[in-house]
Design a protein around this ligand. Sequence first.
Ligand SMILES: Cc1ncc(CNC=O)c(N)n1
Length: 289
Amino acid sequence: MTHEPRGTKAPESRLCHVRTLLHPTRVTLVLDADCRSNSQPHKTLPRQHSPSKKAVNGESSPKSKKRRKMADAGGITKTWIKKHIILYTGATRHPFTVRIRDGSIDPSAFKRWLAQDYVFVREFVPFVASVLIKASKQSPEDMEVVLGGLASLSGEIDWFKREASKRDVSLANLTVHNATRNYCRLLEKLTLPEVEYAVAITAFWAIEAVYQESFAHCLEDGNNTPPEFVEACQRWGSPGFREYCRSLQQIANRCLEKAPEHVVAAAETTFITILEHEIEFWNVSSGGT
Ligand SMILES: Cc1ncc(CNC=O)c(N)n1
């Protein structure tokens, strides 16, 4: 999966627009009609992005036919990436990771990220566990993919501890930034049993995909990533992690194809919300506020 515009003209011109929005260290969420300003409280988001139709279960409804067509073309999630390409690019080409790639990253920004992401990943574990429970009720194949993701988090937590001690970053009594706290709160909400599997798996895919695309870019041709950051990039930018993200995306696409309209709408809203939280999270690392 690449983030590049997928052969259409529109995303290309919108990408140019993105660049004008990128500050050297922050991405400000002031966007087009599809995206709300970050000065707005979060609660305003769902309505704006939710297709307002009530649940339509009928397999033969025009909407579900349209969704099947989308799925043939690469899945609903792919259409959402295109539709929300400004936000998606803001999350996957953030100045923080772009600076890792070009070698201009401030090591203290990396340390800030490391500590905050340790907090995030600890909170991510119960979320993934909740997805595992939902997946286990759906399909043995899904369960195995999610279980693989959950299992790898144990090694990931160890990696954060090792990395922190190497870089003299204390993981005890650290200040949890607002963006981290807000993101953890979102994870907690998504952990609830009443959150539909299709929504939860879409969220899971989106969270992993942002890191995959961001760090894979740091390893792609033309990079100038300092050797001390290569290991971090490989953790999420490796071909293996890409394959795992693809599997999650396929599961999400399959669930969304079958889901009633209101669930698809909730999943799309969640996708957008995650991109926003990822951007805010990167902003904390770059800005140090
Ligand atoms: C903020 C954030 N988003 C995604 C990931 C990647 N998933 C697990 O490691 C992460 N570590 N942190």
